[in-house]
Design a protein around this ligand. Structure first.
Ligand code: GUN
Length: 296
């Protein structure tokens, strides 16, 4: 059996069409959702993410403000810029691309973002609301994963055994929280594996849904996956490839070619979770604009 390939581009395009219509509606009320983007330094992966986010904004009619700062920007200057964006009515969402350079305290910067403009969902206020099941901005990558699962026929989260490999603040931890909520988008039984887990395979083998978010190629191999499982690959790893003009190609955390012969459905890298992350950022920015104008 060869797995159904879950196409993130197609699901993302559906959601973006829905958003485009909402943005057009808001324009008739003279409301233009705005996203302020901050990138410190010149990490090539971060540059490509930020560029893709800005292009996606433009495509659906969201205003975006680009702030690319040198790697030696001081924490004080960065905090001042965040403060100006907090007070700028044209900006509904603030995105500080992570990771930040080592001399800047990431938590301090995330804490400085107005929770009402925290479209990444990284502010402790939004994290806390999410954990207790209150309405909050949900972090984009895990929210994208949940939307992919909900929009793929034959996937049922209710009561499913989900095993997440990876415990980052950006993916593993929030995703586990979302999937255990008592709601349509949750109700799963979730296990989170990490670098100190004794036997990861013992866990993944009983999973109906395996979610790889470890940031390391080949973390999940075919022998670790149950027949008919659904596999979501959140990994984005650059590996050297002399046949490519760029000198590298992107791979996920899963041995895609082998797993697709065993799983019932799997996401590719690229073209899986990636397009969903950006889409959920657009979604949060539109929600924020509606909220700022008392339309929620
Ligand atoms: N770095 C990697 N993923 C993300 C993300 O979703 N948001 C931000 N701001 N930085 C990231």
């Amino acid at each position: 059996m060869s797995a159904y390939i879950i196409d993130g581009k197609v699901i993302a395009a559906q959601i973006r069409e829905e958003l485009k219509a909402e943005v057009a509606n808001l324009k008739q009320k003279n409301i233009v959702p705005g996203l302020g983007v901050i990138l410190v330094g010149a990490d090539p992966a971060s540059i490509s993410y930020v560029t893709a986010k800005e292009k996606a904004c433009e495509e659906i009619g969201i205003y975006s403000e680009d702030n690319r700062l040198p790697a030696d920007t001081s924490e004080k200057d960065l905090l001042a810029l965040v403060g100006r964006m907090n007070n700028n009515p044209k900006i509904n969402g603030i995105l500080v691309q992570l990771p930040l350079p080592k001399h800047i305290d990431e938590q301090k910067v995330l804490l400085a973002i107005d929770p009402a403009k925290d479209v990444d969902g990284f502010h402790p206020m939004n994290v806390g609301k999410m954990v207790v099941g209150d309405k909050a901005f949900l972090p984009c990558t895990p929210h994208g994963v949940v939307q992919m699962l909900l929009r793929t026929l034959g996937v049922n989260l209710d009561g499913a055994e989900v095993v997440i490999v990876g415990r980052s603040n950006i993916v593993g931890k929030p995703l586990a929280n979302m999937l255990i909520q008592k709601s349509k988008t949750g109700n799963a039984t979730v296990t989170v594996c990490h670098t100190r887990t004794k036997d990861i395979k013992a866990h993944t083998l009983r999973a109906d849904i395996v979610i790889a978010a470890a940031g390391r190629p080949n973390t999940i191999t075919a022998d670790m996956v149950k027949d008919g499982a659904v596999v979501i690959d959140v990994g984005v790893n650059r590996i050297e490839d002399a046949t490519k003009k760029s000198g590298f190609r992107l791979v996920g955390d899963c041995d895609f070619d082998a797993i697709k012969e065993k799983a019932s459905a799997i996401t590719p890298v690229p073209g899986g979770v990636g397009p969903m992350t950006i889409t959920m950022l657009l979604y949060n920015t539109v929600e924020s604009a509606k909220n700022a104008n008392n339309l929620l």
